[in-house]
Write a protein that binds this ligand. Structure first.
Ligand code: PRP
Ligand code: URA
Length: 207
């Protein structure tokens, strides 16, 4: 699929299988999600633009490179929070925004309940993070909102995506880069990803 990168690294897939396992308890789930995201973020940031800059070592002047744009991480609450700290470990200078969305259980429509974003999003590389891309309603709502707030450079990192969710996001955000550890088979009637991993927020937080 165009602009969708499935991160097939053996360690990512090894941990993902354990995350899918229904016996994996929240403590272990959180730890494994962190390990997966730490590996995924290298791939998801590979195309970040850099600019050349001069640097003086203790011995002489040379040139190096630095990120062209500031990075803003935007977890979709709640489950996106499970991906935040592992990424901050790797990109500690990133700023962080939050989008709170809850999928209504019967209509599967995503309802906003919170947002706080840094200023001047247009100048930043925005990394939207949410483990699950199911119907795509939440991601599409978050992306629409980020665009309304001026974001121009956005990428989405998730753990498991359904084909339906990718297609939905693609309708409006055709060239958005999407990084995922897996594209699963389909959604069930309740909008859950099959085989998936269940409710990511509940499994992360033990609710
Ligand atoms: C989950 C998940 C996504 C959304 C995906 O969140 O973290 O945000 O569902 O489903 P969609 O693609 O069909 O919109 P949920 O709304 O369950 O909230 P939670 O993170 O608080 O559990
Ligand atoms: N949200 C989840 O947490 N899991 C799914 O399978 C679908 C939506």
């Amino acid at each position: 699929m165009k602009n969708v990168t499935v991160i097939a690294h053996p360690l990512v897939q090894h941990h993902l299988t354990r995350v899918r396992d229904h016996r994996t308890e929240p403590e272990e789930f959180r730890r494994l999600l962190g390990e997966i995201v730490s590996l995924m973020i290298y791939e998801a940031t590979r195309s970040l633009r850099v600019k050349r800059m001069a640097v003086r070592t203790p011995l002489e002047r040379t040139t190096g490179s630095t990120l062209e744009r500031e990075i803003v991480l935007v977890p979709v609450l709640r489950a996106g929070l499970g991906m935040l700290n592992p990424i901050l470990e790797i990109i500690p200078h990133a700023r962080v925004g939050f989008i709170g969305l809850k999928r209504e259980e019967t209509t599967l429509q995503a309802q906003f309940y919170h947002q706080s974003l840094p200023q001047q999003l247009g100048r930043c590389e925005v990394i939207l993070i949410d483990p699950m891309l199911a119907t795509g309603g939440s991601a599409a709502a978050a992306l629409d909102f980020l665009c309304e707030e001026g974001a121009e450079h956005i990428r989405l990192v998730c753990l498991v995506a359904a084909p339906e969710g990718i297609a939905h996001v693609r309708k409006k955000h055709g060239s958005l880069p999407i990084f995922t550890a897996a594209i699963d088979r389909c959604l069930n009637r309740s909008g859950y990803i099959l085989p998936g991993l269940g409710d990511a927020g509940d499994r992360l937080f033990g609710t």
